[in-house]
Design a binder for this molecule. Structure first.
Ligand code: KIV
Ligand code: NA
Length: 266
């Protein structure tokens, strides 16, 4: 099994071979994602909602990200692992951004980091890349600053917003990102960013034209149902299956059919 690298991701874009990415936040999940042959794992700050029970990603800390990234990197043998930089871990100064990106790589074993923002974040991106850490950009709906955007909605609908996103993508590329996540972007704009960028675009709610796709593991498997954005495809309803198994267990214990003879020491 050949390890996925930045060069391989670039070659996949050039060869029009789609890149697959999923979130994972723990060891057993990362094992499954890696074994399924997915190219990249995102230890997303979406873990705030999916596994920590928070309202949004804003309160997620560096300690949360390091803890979960460590568990993921212990499981991985092939996937390229990207860890999200949590809100305010890169927004205060370049020095702090480099230090925090460095912790995700050095202490937690991430191969790269992701941060949200365009032109305004380009100097920070460049500083982290210059320090030797690959950075994945994130444009469109940027959940950490959703309040400023006016809520969770499609971005880049107006001509000015579309122009802004194209210059954001250009600025990120000049700053040295190895790829750009596009979240909740109209399909024609996502296609324009994808064809003008030399680095791969990874879409979520950005249509089929992106160089790759990313989804949240818990959304794909039906393990998170507080809300379901339009861009999610639920491939399984595991919440239902798990609930059925747990109920079966409870009933069998109550009726005495578990543990049976084969589960019992003589
Ligand atoms: O945190 C996350 O899961 C993400 C993806 C939705 C791109 O940033
Ligand atoms: Na995120």
């Amino acid at each position: 099994t050949k390890k996925v690298t930045i060069n391989i991701l670039r070659q996949m874009k050039a060869g029009k071979e789609k890149i697959t990415m999923l979130t994972a936040y723990d060891y057993p999940t990362a094992l499954l994602v890696d074994r399924a042959g997915i190219d990249m794992i995102l230890v997303g700050d979406s873990l705030g909602m999916t596994v920590l029970g928070l309202e949004d990603t804003v309160p997620v800390t560096m300690e949360d990200m390091i803890h979960h990234t460590r568990a993921v990197t212990r499981a991985v043998s092939r996937c390229f692992v990207v860890a999200d930089m949590p809100f305010m871990s890169y927004n205060i100064s370049r020095e702090e951004a480099i230090r925090n990106a460095g912790r995700l790589v050095k202490e937690a074993g991430a191969h790269a980091v992701k941060l949200e923002g365009g032109v305004e974040m380009a100097p920070v991106v460049k500083a982290i890349v210059d320090a030797g850490i690959p950075v994945l950009g994130h444009l469109g709906l940027t959940p950490q600053t959703a309040t400023k955007l006016g809520g969770f909605k499609v971005q880049g609908r107006s001509d000015t917003a579309a122009d802004k996103m194209l210059s954001d993508a250009r600025a990120l590329q000049e700053a040295g990102v190895f790829g750009i996540v596009l979240e909740c972007v109209p399909v024609t704009l996502a296609d324009m960013v994808t064809s003008s960028a030399q680095v791969p675009t990874i879409g979520i709610g950005a249509g089929p034209g992106c160089d790759g796709q990313v989804l949240v593991y818990h959304d794909l498997l039906g393990l998170f149902d507080r809300f379901q954005p339009r861009f999610v495809k639920r491939y399984r309803d595991l919440s239902q299956e798990i609930t059925e198994a747990l109920t079966e267990y409870k009933e069998e214990v109550q009726t005495g059919s578990f543990p049976a003879e084969e589960h019992t020491f003589k």
